[in-house]
Write a protein of this length. Sequence first.
Length: 200
Amino acid sequence: MFGCNQWAWTFLSKVCQVDAYLEHTVSLPALTDEDLETWFASLMAFSLSRPDADLTLQISPNEAHWSNLASLSSGTSTIAAQLWLQSLRLEATDLTAEGTLPAEVQQAELQATRPSLPSLASLTVMDRYLLHSLLIHRLMTRSHLALSLGENERTIHSRVQVLQRAGVIVQQGRWLSVHPAHYPKLRSELGNNNFLIGKA
C-alpha cells in the first residue's frame, strides 16, 4: 500500500499508466463542513505559555464559517487548515500600540472571519512548469527542482525567490513546497494552460 497526492497520481496515471498495475485504488473523500467542525473542535480553546502568565484563546465560529471553509477548500484538509488559520483575527482594540496583548490579559477571543483564497500573481511560463513540478513531488530542494526541469539552478533560484515573496512557495529548511491555500487557483491556472492536473 502506498499513497500519493492527486497531482502525482494524475501524472503517473497518464505518463506511466501506473493504475494498470494496481488492483485497487482509493481516493480519500472530501471533508464536509461537519467533518471540518469536528476536526478543529479541539482547537476552539487553547492555552499559550507566556513569561508573566498563561493566556487562553477561544474561538467561536458560526455555522456558515465551516460551510465556507469546506467550499473554498474543496474538502481538502491541507487547504482547509491554511484557510482556517488565515481567517483568525484578534480585535485591534484588544491589542497594545505594539500589536501585542497586554500582559494582564489572561483570556482573549479570536474572531473567525470569512475565509478567502489568496490572490495569485501573474505567472510566467517558467513559473507554471516550476509549480507543476513542485505540486507533483510535494517537497523538493532547489537543485532537484532545477534537475527535474532541465534548467540552470541560478534561473530556478531567481524564480523561486519571486514566488516566495508572492507567498506561493514556502520553504522549510532546504525543502520547497507550494502553499496549500494557492492549490485551487493554481489548478485553474495550470488546467487552462494544458498541464496535467489533479484534484485541488
